[in-house]
Write a protein that binds this ligand. Structure first.
Ligand code: GLY
Length: 354
């Protein structure tokens, strides 16, 4: 088992290894004394792992209840949040009790937010069951729900007490889900880790998924330690996201987040004027991992969609722009220049026949 220790306002371990889902209760008991807990999950994950996790926590001495909501981004809303808060109240959890978020990014975000506000904040444990959640969203304490006016527009910073990632669970993922998470892992490689990029570029990395997750989490640990509340350098984690969120929005959420980030990361490199060989290598890595690289929306529509994003600050928006594989920089650009950035990316896409 690998362990990455996160030092934020709350310190905690991220445990990564095979077979951990059945040990989640025992591992949690080492950091949270047995108490009441509510496992929050979605109906897909509930069917696959709900019983096993419930047994594990009961066996470790926790008094366990369980709540499942319909799987999918459409559930990450006020109505589901209200249902989770009701479930916490009905199970009579107090401030010293625990939420267990069992699932992917949607579950982690909404269950974490419920934990952040129920009785003004109770502890929670993340058990990510998707690669995307394992390499990104389960670590760092960002919790949120989507609102009609934008994705993740209401939320809180609330760090988990423990993250338990079972890599056997990740190996069982359908390929689409695996690819969805691979985009965030490639993002980490482009930001900071050429060796990770090379591993992902090879394509057959599933046997090394522990290594992939541990490298991404270690990088995220460093970023979060430097800027937990996202006022500066944490913006690096948004590589591919300004372009990607615009594409995701225009697709009506038909495109998965990772797919949009894959296209967005290639667009960021193109817009930044990276060398052709680098853009081609980056696009090749995404494709090798089952991810799209082409954007079929026009620059004006993309810029309008990007401006609805909360990363905008007054008249400027911060873009994350690659310099090389393993090195990026931040650039504040006037929002009025955004269409030109998108146009540059689309022109490069045509020129390189992506
Ligand atoms: N997923 C981006 C962040 O945690 O800041």
């Amino acid at each position: 088992m690998r362990k990455v220790h996160v030092t934020a306002s709350t310190e905690y371990d991220v445990l990564i290894g095979e077979g951990l889902i059945d040990k989640a209760g025992e591992l949690t008991k080492k950091v949270v004394r047995p108490c009441k807990c509510l496992i929050v999950t979605d109906d897909t994950v509930d069917e696959l792992y709900g019983d096993r996790v419930q047994i594990s926590f009961s066996y470790a001495g926790f008094d366990v209840s369980r709540f499942a909501f319909p799987a999918g981004e459409m559930s990450k809303n006020l109505s589901t949040l209200s249902d989770i808060l009701d479930a916490l109240g009905v199970a009579r959890l107090s401030r010293s009790d625990l939420v267990v978020a069992l699932g992917g990014g949607v579950v982690g975000d909404i269950a974490g937010f419920a934990a952040a506000i129920y009785t003004r904040g109770i502890r929670f444990v993340q058990i990510p069951t998707t690669l995307l959640a394992a390499v990104d969203s389960s670590v760092g304490g960002k919790t949120a729900i989507d609102m009609p006016f934008g994705k993740n527009m209401v939320g809180a910073f609330h760090q988990p007490s423990l993250v338990v990632t079972d890599t056997d669970v990740l190996r069982e993922l359908p390929s689409l889900q695996l690819y969805n998470g691979a985009a965030e892992a490639v993002k980490c490689g482009v930001l900071n880790d050429p060796d990770l990029f090379a591993l992902l570029e090879g394509g057959d990395w599933l046997d090394d998924v522990d290594e992939v997750v541990a490298r991404c989490v270690a990088y995220k640990r460093d970023v979060v330690a430097g800027d937990e509340f996202d006022t500066g350098s944490r913006a690096f984690l948004n590589l591919g996201h300004t372009f990607g969120h615009a594409i995701e929005h225009l697709s009506g959420l038909k495109l998965l987040h990772g797919q949009a980030v894959a296209v967005g990361t290639v667009m960021a490199a193109s817009a930044a004027g990276c060398p052709v060989e680098m853009i081609t290598r980056l696009a090749g890595c995404m494709k090798r991992n089952g991810l799209p690289v082409r954007c079929d929306y026009d620059a004006r529509a993309l810029a309008d969609a990007a401006l609805a994003d909360k990363k905008r600050s007054g008249g400027t928006i911060t873009l994350v722009l690659p310099d090389a594989i393993g090195k990026c920089h931040l650039e504040k650009v006037p929002v009025t220049d955004l269409p030109a950035w998108f146009e540059r990316a689309l022109a490069a896409q045509e020129a390189l026949k992506l």
